[in-house]
Design a protein. Structure first.
Length: 253
């Protein structure tokens, strides 16, 4: 439980974005997303400028475009939902490539795609430049309730333990010649899930006792707390400030 837990999205680097304290980046991403969400869907040009701002941050953080685009595939279910809106929404219809589509549905699909993609891209950039432990420390610095931070910490750390336990059980099944090929094997898989639950529960009890024996009293010690300077806050605020300027410009136009 004490080993490192680097996530797959994180890309080690020494860019100015990597160097910013985690709570500064968290606040900047949250402010940016709020600005994007509050932008009227009809301001199509504004969303293009938001995308250019994120592209500039990605270039500054040295995150390749291909890497970012591959991670955006996580929003495919939302894209599928958005593509259905023009066909199922009610109201005025318009002809698009021979198909009668709802005008309100087209705007709704654009709204979901534009804002969702920008939000996911901002989150991917945050995860690519910040380690998981640093993100949790950042949440604590932003005064998130300590109990929620601890739950998130244990979930992330214990997830690796459960995954490793499941991998060992899978290896044991295959070493005995078992391969799940149909419905008749679902019973074995169900028993595996039950055994995994019991093993995870027992492992959790042992981990808790080990923590108590080491002096755990309900709060985790902060080892490497990082305070942010005014300059770092100003650098982090550049992205949401630029987005807010675009938003205000769109309101005046």
């Amino acid at each position: 439980m004490g080993a490192g837990h680097a996530h797959q999205l994180y890309r080690p680097g020494d860019s100015p974005v990597h160097a910013l304290p985690p709570h500064c980046k968290l606040a900047a991403v949250l402010a940016f997303v709020l600005v994007v969400v509050s932008t009227p869907r009809e301001a199509v040009w504004a969303f293009g400028l938001y995308a250019l701002l994120l592209a500039a941050v990605a270039a500054l953080a040295r995150v390749p475009a291909g890497y970012l685009l591959r991670r955006l595939l996580i929003e495919v279910p939302f894209v599928a939902f958005a593509l259905l809106l023009p066909f199922v929404a009610q109201g005025e219809r318009t002809d698009v490539l021979g198909a009668q589509l709802s005008v309100s549905g087209l705007w709704g699909a654009w709204n979901v795609l534009a804002k969702g993609t920008l939000g996911v891209a901002a989150s991917v950039l945050l995860a690519s430049t910040t380690e998981l432990r640093a993100l949790l420390l950042g949440l604590e610095r932003l005064r998130l309730p300590p109990l929620l931070v601890q739950i998130a910490t244990f979930m992330l750390r214990y997830g690796d333990v459960v995954t490793d336990e499941l991998r060992r059980m899978s290896v044991a099944r295959r070493s005995r010649g078992f391969e799940a090929r149909g419905v008749r094997h679902w019973g074995v898989l169900a028993k595996t899930a039950g055994a995994l639950f019991i093993r995870s529960y027992e492992r959790g009890e042992r981990v808790h006792l080990a923590m108590l024996s080491r002096g755990y009293t309900g709060s985790m010690p902060v080892i490497d707390d990082i305070a942010a300077t005014r300059a770092q806050w100003a650098h982090a605020a550049a992205l949401p400030a630029a987005a807010l300027a675009v938003r205000l410009l769109g309101g005046t136009l």
